[in-house]
Design a protein around this ligand. Structure first.
Ligand SMILES: [Zn+2]
Length: 202
């Protein structure tokens, strides 16, 4: 793990990877949202096809180029969900949110490198930075990238381990769970592995 000749790289790697991961997800989601938008139709709505009473989600009532049909038991709710959340406009808003998180992540990295500039400060710097990682944003990003650990749902804890019993509150403490066996507690699927600097493109 330690690369003695590159202290700067060593100290920033952990968090630089977070910002890059968020940026990769933002770029992918933006590209998908643009690709899914036809003639500027960024808000998809519940409707039905002409000549049919079957409820669907469309990008345009008269001339749909997107037509989503659900067969679930509660399909009206599925349609409402799709209309509320699948629209390109929502994806672009999520991109904006991710980029705001990236900005504050990078600002925190800059601040940390000023407060703890030396190689000897790496542990303190990374401890402070890891507390500032926006876990919700990371979960969203990993869903977009398809790298969220599906065993622990990105939480990092072993889903079969309730944690130590706390007799004071008569509850298990989830913070004491063992690390997820699939992702070793990172919440991220091990492949593709970008943590060592090299990329393994699928
Ligand atoms: Zn896991």
């Amino acid at each position: 793990m330690t690369r003695q000749n590159h202290p700067a790289d060593e100290t920033t790697r952990a968090t630089v990877d977070i910002a890059s991961e968020l940026q990769e997800a933002a770029d992918k989601l933006r590209a998908l949202a643009i690709a899914a938008t036809h003639e500027g139709r960024v808000l998809w709505e519940v409707g039905h096809t002409i000549g049919s009473k079957t409820q669907v989600v469309v990008d345009n009532h008269e001339r749909p180029t997107v037509l989503l049909e659900a067969w679930a038991k509660d399909r009206e709710q599925v349609n409402e969900y799709l209309a509320a959340f699948a629209s390109p406009a929502v994806a672009l808003a999520v991109v904006g949110w991710l980029e705001a998180v990236i900005k504050s992540q990078r600002a925190a990295e800059t601040a940390a490198s000023e407060v703890w500039p030396g190689p000897a400060d790496a542990a303190d710097r990374n401890a402070w930075l890891s507390e500032r990682v926006d876990q919700d944003a990371l979960t969203v990003a990993r869903n977009i990238l398809g790298t969220l650990c599906t065993h622990c749902n990105g939480e990092g804890g072993d889903p079969d381990d309730p944690g130590d019993w706390d007799p004071d509150v008569y509850m298990h403490n989830p913070n004491t769970r063992a690390a997820c066996s699939k992702c070793k507690g990172t919440g991220k699927q091990s492949a593709p592995d970008r943590t060592q600097g090299g990329r393994t493109d699928a």
